[in-house]
Ligand binder design. Structure first.
Ligand SMILES: Cc1cc2nc3c(=O)[nH]c(=O)nc-3n(C[C@H](O)[C@H](O)[C@H](O)COP(=O)(O)OP(=O)(O)OC[C@H]3O[C@@H](n4cnc5c(N)ncnc54)[C@H](O)[C@@H]3O)c2cc1C
Length: 534
């Protein structure tokens, strides 16, 4: 058993927890950040990818809208390397009430969101695939976010200031001494080891799981309503601007271009538990139909992958049991458990949006600083994250331009995402992980149309040679990657993606005989793939 001591323990390594770690480390605190899985494997890694301008909320939730307006500008300036400046359009489709556009304009003015109504012809020139039947179009400052880049920049920035970042460390118990939380017991999910943390202060950034973490301190009634949403990634960029329907927020009303793909989303359905997020055929069909309203022919395009995330909507009692989760505020819930429950050294922060991660972190750390009686102001508004010092936005063409330079000298490992061997090896060394899914999140390995069919056998071999994994360990890593990918592919198996799945199946089953490779339990991935795909 290992025992660690720290000033601040942050439980939950999504955007909020990583933001808190960075903020607290910048203020000079000694920090430990833990997550039960990889960083951003909770909701932050399963979101829609939009840095909200605030436009979505201007009519229904002006407070959330104002927060987004301010944070959008700040996050662009401090985390530019994780942001693509796509811009955004709100368009009135033939199914939308043109009068809503006037409410939208009034809401934008009130929230301080710069917008401009442009000619429909101009909007169609900018986005030629848009529904030619749109009747109004407004520009806003939406953008897309590479969340893994953002969260790891926050974590790495904190680490350079001494923070210890512990992914795959599940908090299984919070320690109480009298009326204060004094630390936690962690379970190392990879080694099985128990790690004790003694902490002067603990911050619960568990998102949709925040109630479970609060309960470990004996605190009841932290009610987070899990609002499930599905998203579908199409295999290329159908639009280059974030396109929103100009209407009261509804299902399937936004398409976000991000990196090499475009993502349509989302839905909002009350779910039983944040870990239980099945995707149904009906949801997929409805989402593809929603896509048709914005981009005619959408359902004939190649859908590559579907996934679900769960919103951490703090229940402020506006939403009754069984009611719609859209009626719950997108605002942040900051719970000072000293005031609320008589339990000191412990706060919970949940709700909000990825776009407001920085503000949430500032509010949480401010509350801690006040309780501790310190005077350490927040500096995250003006401190650029590592890699964003030059203020340059990420660009979808960067990898292609780099590839052109190395065409004859560098092996290409992942054709879809243009990942060269040296980049992959450097990424593998930097993560020090045997898990190909961790590498996927860092580099987008296997995230393109082939969903790992071509690159994963190569990457497995490279991981094997670099980390000196045994053959069995390398096989286990590959199988576990395939299992994860399969979850997002089987609900959308039609057309070209079905053909791709059959090809992948031949590669893994026919060529590699993955079912019978040594390593771990015989999980029969390929057999399941073959059965369900045929
Ligand atoms: C479908 C959908 C689409 C969305 N789209 C957008 C969007 O486009 N733009 C936007 O701004 N926002 C969006 N959001 C909202 C946004 O994604 C979330 O508000 C945000 O990511 C929450 O971040 P978080 O860090 O608070 O929670 P999470 O990212 O969920 O982090 C909580 C972490 O706690 C960890 N954890 C849980 N239990 C334990 C434990 N016992 N021990 C250790 N760790 C634990 C989890 O593994 C998880 O990583 C969307 C949400 C959904 C569901």
């Amino acid at each position: 058993m290992t025992t660690l001591q720290t000033e601040v323990l942050v439980v939950g390594g999504g955007g909020t927890g990583a933001g808190i770690a960075w903020d607290a480390a910048l203020r000079g605190y000694d920090v430990i950040l833990v997550d039960r899985a990889d960083l951003a494997e909770g909701t932050s890694g399963r979101f829609h990818g939009l840095l909200h301008s605030g436009g979505r909320y201007v009519v229904k939730d002006p407070i959330a809208a104002r927060e987004c307006v301010e944070e959008n500008a700040i996050v662009r300036s401090i985390a530019s390397a994780a942001i693509e400046d796509t811009g955004g359009l709100f368009v009135t489709t033939p199914d939308d009430d043109p009068a809503y556009g006037d409410q939208f304009l009034a809401g934008c003015a009130e929230a301080g969101l710069p917008t401009e109504e442009i000619d429909v012809a101009q909007a169609l020139r900018r986005e030629p695939r848009l529904n030619p039947g749109i009747t109004r179009a407004f520009t806003v400052a939406d953008a897309s976010v590479d969340v893994w880049q953002l969260v790891w920049a926050l974590a790495n920035g904190a680490a350079t200031r001494g923070a210890r970042i512990l992914p795959y460390h599940r908090c299984v118990e919070l320690h109480r001494e009298g009326d204060a939380v004094t630390g936690a017991r962690l379970h190392d999910e990879r080694t099985g080891e128990t790690v004790e943390v003694q902490a002067a202060f603990t911050i619960n950034a568990g998102g949709a799981w925040a109630h479970e973490i609060a309960e470990m301190a004996g605190i009841e009634g932290v009610s987070v309503v899990p609002g499930k949403g599905i998203m579908i990634a199409m295999n290329h960029r159908l639009v280059n601007t974030v396109v929103n329907r100009c209407t009261i927020p509804a299902d399937g009303d936004i398409i976000v271009p991000i990196r090499t793909v475009s993502v349509i989303g989302t839905t909002d359905i009350r779910s039983e538990h944040p870990d239980d997020l099945p995707v149904t055929q009906e949801e997929v069909d409805a989402m593809l139909a929603d896509g048709e309203r914005l981009v005619p022919g959408f359902r004939n395009q190649r859908a590559m992958r579907v996934w679900a995330g769960v919103r951490p909507l703090f229940d402020d009692k506006k939403a009754g049991a069984g009611g719609s989760t859209r009626d719950v505020s997108r605002g942040t819930a900051l719970l000072d458990h000293g005031e609320r429950d008589g339990v000191g050294g412990f706060i919970t922060i949940t709700g909000g949006k990825l776009t407001t991660y920085r503000l949430m972190a500032e509010e949480a750390v401010d509350a801690m600083v006040e309780q501790l009686g310190h005077d350490r102001p927040c500096t995250t508004k003006t401190t650029a994250l590592p890699g964003s010092e030059d203020g340059a936005y990420m660009s979808p063409g960067t990898r292609l331009r780099a590839r052109d330079r190395h065409l004859k000298t560098e092996q290409l490992i992942c054709e879809c995402e243009l990942i060269e061997r040296s980049t992959l090896e450097a990424g593998m060394r930097a993560r020090g992980s045997q898990n190909l899914d961790d590498i996927r999140r860092s580099l987008r390995l296997g995230m393109g149309p082939c969903q790992g069919g071509f690159c994963i056998p190569r990457a497995t071999g490279i991981l094997h040679s670099l980390d000196r994994l045994t053959a069995a360990e390398a096989n286990t890593s590959m199988r576990s990657f395939l299992e994860e990918r399969w979850k997002g592919v089987y609900p959308i198996l039609y057309g070209d993606q079905l053909r791709q799945a059959r090809l992948d199946d031949w590669i893994f089953q026919g060529v590699l005989d993955v079912e019978h490779l040594p390593g771990g339990p015989d999980r029969d991935v390929a057999a399941t793939t073959a059965r369900e795909a045929s």
